[in-house]
Ligand binder design. Sequence first.
Ligand code: URA
Length: 188
Amino acid sequence: MLTWEELEQQCNKCTSCRLCHTRTNVVFGVGNRNADVMFVGEGPGEQEDLRGEPFVGAAGKLLDDMLSIIDLDRENCYIANIVKCRPPNNRDPEDDEQEACIDFLRNQVALIKPKIIVCLGRVAAKKLIYPDFRITREHGSWINRNGIWMTAFYHPSALLRDLSKRPDTFEDLLELRNRINELKMRIG
Ligand code: URA
């Protein structure tokens, strides 16, 4: 297994897919490397690409607000994406781009050893939970994979566009909080 330093170095110079040609910065991940809870989005947007940090644009502000409802923040959880480079015009990352990048995330998970992974949106849920995952029907459901509890929330960008999805996400957040409490996790 790679160390954090090796992993970050490899990621920063990665040229395994076409997204390397259009990126400004690789967006590796941010947060607590000993976290019990990890959030995974789909890929960097414009602001993330410019700053090299995940979820720092409008969707990121909403994510921070969502986390604060249940006493989480960027210091007590870890936040990463399926692909580490921005897909042009914020299109969905292609299957081959996801496949080229997924080992970086696998390594991050292996190093962090989270107890819970929350997929943010359809793309992450399909890649990490199962390919037929239906976010509208299955958000907030939980499945245990190799000892890690996994769930998916609506993507914060979807919550910016469609306010009617927010009550469901509030419920999903409360259930996440319950699970953290039940597992007597360290979040600080
Ligand atoms: N959307 C994502 O999925 N990830 C980010 O880092 C920013 C926006």
